[in-house]
Design a protein around this ligand. Structure first.
Ligand SMILES: NC(=O)c1ccc[n+]([C@@H]2O[C@H](COP(=O)([O-])OP(=O)(O)OC[C@H]3O[C@@H](n4cnc5c(N)ncnc54)[C@H](O)[C@@H]3O)[C@@H](O)[C@H]2O)c1
Length: 372
């Protein structure tokens, strides 16, 4: 890694020197906010700059506990703006990037996929290009297990072929290709991570675990795409954030690291467990709605994370403890109200034929406007 110069903090004149100046994108979102909190608290000698557009799924409330610390700064901004990003690298003298900003909801990507290309592909390209021009010493790019495609029976290592099957995963795979091309072409020091599903506090309730908890707490049913047999691996979000700390300090440029958990569960069993843990009375089958499936629904994404285990990372939070912490966090109305649109996120997502209907309606509206 390139040597990092010590800088004086631009936030105040009296707080001394910093050993690293780390730009974290998407730090008001789910995973990014936990990474920001861990790094700000653990490394007072690092200056952490959190750049986030504050999209519908973000909340600065997640960062209340650290917002006034001298080694933290928040900037509202869009990674898709090349001049702005160049300015940030120069002005803030960034030496390390941890890139989490993304459009991250698979369901949304089926009918709004161009927004995913813009942020996940173009935005990542703008960012890695600006980081390269600025001579940044390390660029960590957060990608997903979904780039592997979801029908493997054996646990995949980092060398497995990418085979994305939905627009979200395809944009993440495309971004990976762009980021790794800067390593291949320029030996620009990039690291790519591919992570399982994370769960825990701060996750916008469009995602399955907070959505089911919030629905059950409001007396509604869990709505599942398809027959509920699709399986997902889940990792508690603080374990995920710890993985990024280890990769930041011990990861090798040019490498890819899987961040996986051995814990997997089908969607139907997840709903049943949440019904029990939320202490909802009645027959679980009456509290589950099986709806149309996604246009394409991966079955499972088993990953082999031994490469990361060799760096010293292992998940520490058990499923039982993680789920309990998550339920308690979402039960608190103050937490649920972190996002103005949280209640809207609980509506069943258009899926299968619904998605086609919505696309058709959009097209008809577009044609009608064009003919005016
Ligand atoms: N959550 C998971 O289970 C999971 C699993 C594997 C990989 N990932 C990846 O990890 C990263 C973080 O995921 P997450 O679940 O925290 O996502 P999230 O949707 O909760 O947060 C994304 C953040 O990015 C910000 N953002 C979006 N577009 C932006 C733009 N153009 N400029 C600046 N900021 C922008 C949003 O405001 C939000 O705060 C993503 O890259 C995602 O693909 C997530």
């Amino acid at each position: 890694m390139a040597e990092v110069a010590t800088q004086t903090c631009p936030k105040c004149d009296s707080c001394g020197k910093y050993d690293r100046r780390i730009l974290i994108t998407g730090g008001a979102g789910f995973i990014g906010s936990h990474v920001v909190i861990i790094l700000v608290r653990r490394y007072p000698n690092y200056f952490i700059i959190n750049l986030d557009k504050l999209d519908y799924c973000a909340s600065v409330k997640h960062l209340e506990s650290i917002k006034d610390l001298p080694n933290y700064k928040f900037i509202q901004g869009d990674i898709c703006e090349p001049d702005f990003m160049r300015y940030i690298f120069e002005e803030e003298k960034i030496d390390t990037v941890m890139h989490f900003a993304a459009q991250s909801h698979v369901d949304l990507s089926f009918w709004s996929s161009l927004d995913f290309t813009r942020t996940n592909v173009f935005g990542s390209h703008v960012l890695v290009n600006a980081a390269h021009e600025a001579g940044v010493g390390l660029f960590i790019h957060a990608s997903t297990d979904e780039v592997y495609g979801g029908n493997s029976v054996k646990a995949l290592t980092e060398g497995a072929k990418m085979n994305p099957t939905n627009p979200y995963a395809a944009t993440k795979a495309a971004a990976e290709c762009l980021v790794s091309s800067y390593w291949e072409s320029f030996k620009f020091p990039v690291i790519i991570t591919r992570a399982n599903n994370a769960y825990g506090p701060h996750q916008y309730p469009e995602k399955v675990i907070p959505k089911f908890i919030a629905l059950l707490e409001r007396g509604s049913k869990c709505c599942i795409h398809g027959d509920g047999s699709a399986v997902r691996n889940f990792l508690f979000v603080t374990d995920m954030a710890e993985a990024y700390d280890i990769i930041l300090h011990s990861g090798k440029p040019g490498e890819i690291y899987n961040i996986g958990s051995d814990f997997e569960i089908s969607m139907i069993n997840l709903a049943k467990q949440l019904i029990t843990k939320c202490a909802i009375e009645g027959d679980a089958n009456d509290l589950i709605d099986l709806g149309d499936d996604r246009p394409f629904n991966d079955m499972r994404y088993p990953m082999d994370s031994s490469k990361l285990h060799h760096l010293g990372w292992h998940p520490r939070v058990s499923w039982e403890s993680g789920l309990q912490q998550t339920i308690e966090w979402y039960r608190n109305p103050d937490n649920f109200d972190s996002w103005p649109s949280a209640v809207e996120a609980l509506r069943p997502f258009p899926s299968g034929s619904n998605t086609m209907r919505i696309s058709k309606e959009r097209m008809q509206r577009y044609k009608a406007n064009a003919e005016k």
